[in-house]
Design a binder for this molecule. Structure first.
Ligand SMILES: Nc1ncnc2c1ncn2[C@@H]1O[C@H](COP(=O)(O)OP(=O)(O)OP(=O)(O)O)[C@@H](O)[C@H]1O
Ligand SMILES: [Mg+2]
Length: 220
């Protein structure tokens, strides 16, 4: 099982939206069983899940203090992916969550204040040596600021090739527990989410190879 944590210190950067969409896409792509864990006291992901008619992805109710055991329990249930949504700005708690991650996704809106805030998140991740990937979210189409943001972020760490655009479907679909992919399965949001999920899987795979090569070298 792979554990994917979604975090950025900045509120409203698109963490919960990204988490829900990727989890639904992972199930759609046949990569399940996928589980969701909501560690944000705001409970937005849990509320979305309660409104959801579809059974998948499943949500596991795990208190923050028992997260490691919760993840082990999902592994025992043969889960393939566990997506963990986090609260912004809860630095100490989030540092503990990061340690359980195979990959941390850092959604960033292409705006100066979001880019400045990214430094805090990345500082924590680099300190703990956790693999991470920036994902540009709510990107306005054809805006030069998106390209500038991508260029600026690339100095701090890897950035997903696929951006999540600013599309009303992402927000609207979640009102009744769905995602943009379910609202319009062949629409642009569905296509970009599917492409992003493929990129994330490739990134997880590459990290695994790196870890096993490093392990082999260490052990001769
Ligand atoms: N790609 C998108 N296009 C349009 N609207 C979006 C997109 N992503 C998120 N939103 C909207 O932006 C707002 C913030 O998104 P979301 O709740 O996912 O952010 P968050 O980082 O989880 O927030 P918080 O820090 O409060 O947990 C919501 O109203 C959501 O519907
Ligand atoms: Mg949220």
């Amino acid at each position: 099982m792979r554990t994917i944590v979604i975090n950025s210190q900045k509120g409203g950067s698109g963490k919960t939206t990204l988490c829900a969409h990727l989890a639904v896409e992972a199930e759609r792509a046949g990569d399940g069983p996928v589980f969701l864990i909501d560690t944000d006291p705001q409970g937005t992901l849990s509320t979305w899940h309660e409104h959801r008619a579809a059974e998948l992805p499943q949500r596991a109710e795990v208190p923050l203090a028992n997260l490691a055991q919760g993840i082990e329990a999902l592994r025992a249930r043969k889960a393939t992916y566990c997506f963990i949504d986090t609260a912004p700005t809860r630095t100490d708690e989030n540092a503990d969550v990061f340690r359980l991650a195979d990959l941390v996704l850092v959604p960033i809106r292409p705006s100066p204040s979001d880019l400045w805030a990214a430094a805090a998140t990345v500082g924590l991740l680099k300190q703990a040596n956790i693999p991470f990937l920036f994902v540009l979210t709510q990107a306005k189409s054809n805006a030069s600021i998106t390209a500038q943001a991508a260029a600026a972020l690339s100095h701090h760490g890897p950035i997903a090739e696929t951006f999540i655009s600013d599309r009303v479907h992402y927000a609207a679909a979640m009102t009744d527990g769905r995602t943009a992919l379910e609202l319009a399965p062949k629409g642009p949001a569905a296509i970009e989410t599917a492409t992003l999920w493929k990129h994330i899987k490739a990134c997880l795979h590459a990290n695994m190879e790196k870890t096993s090569t490093a392990g082999k070298k260490r052990h001769g």
